[in-house]
Ligand binder design. Sequence first.
Ligand SMILES: CC(C)(COP(=O)(O)OP(=O)(O)OC[C@H]1O[C@@H](n2cnc3c(N)ncnc32)[C@H](O)[C@@H]1OP(=O)(O)O)[C@@H](O)C(=O)NCCC(=O)NCCS
Length: 183
Amino acid sequence: MYPVLITSPRLGLREFTPDDVDALTDIYGDPRVVEHMSFEPRDRDQVETTISNVTAAARVEPRTEYSLAAVLPSGHLAAFARLAIDTQHPGQSSGQLGFALRADLWGQGLGSEVVRLLLRLGFDELGLYRLWGARGPDNQPSARVMTKLGMIEEGRIRGHINVGGRWRDSVVHSILEPEWHRA
Ligand SMILES: CC(C)(COP(=O)(O)OP(=O)(O)OC[C@H]1O[C@@H](n2cnc3c(N)ncnc32)[C@H](O)[C@@H]1OP(=O)(O)O)[C@@H](O)C(=O)NCCC(=O)NCCS
């Protein structure tokens, strides 16, 4: 599916373009945003590489990477939103979600709106059966967002990622398509 364009009352999901580098640096360069994520703050050059990778991946067929810009009605970038279809078991139908909202927008329900848009993309547009997310054990805002959208906490992956030379566990949340459509 290309290009993606899905909207909700306060946000729209669209493809990234090279013009998003500065706005994404405001998100990925912010230590508060990446505190619980799998990487350290990125500078402008690193974000330029990220955008070039995600725009290239968006054109691969069949598409498995949906790294998308969540934008406000003003057009300003609010969040990085990602759905990556799992490829370890071809023919299976699951995808992992990732999301990072600009810090000055936290606490207004926008993070939940981003994840709801990703669930719509995964279930309603791509026809996936299982969507899951992995958060840092101390990431309470992420836990709250996923739980309130029906993503059940299902377990802990020990030593899942290494950030800054330290191994960290992840807590996995998931939701299945029938649960989404019953919600
Ligand atoms: C996680 C994130 C997207 C949440 O965005 P947000 O817009 O602030 O979340 P919302 O306003 O939709 O709030 C969702 C819930 O989380 C709760 N919440 C928000 N911040 C919280 C905090 N610091 N501690 C506990 N709960 C918190 C809210 O009260 C709300 O719960 P409620 O609906 O029951 O009141 C945002 O904090 C973020 O981008 N963090 C950095 C990146 C990140 O950690 N991404 C997730 C990787 S797994």
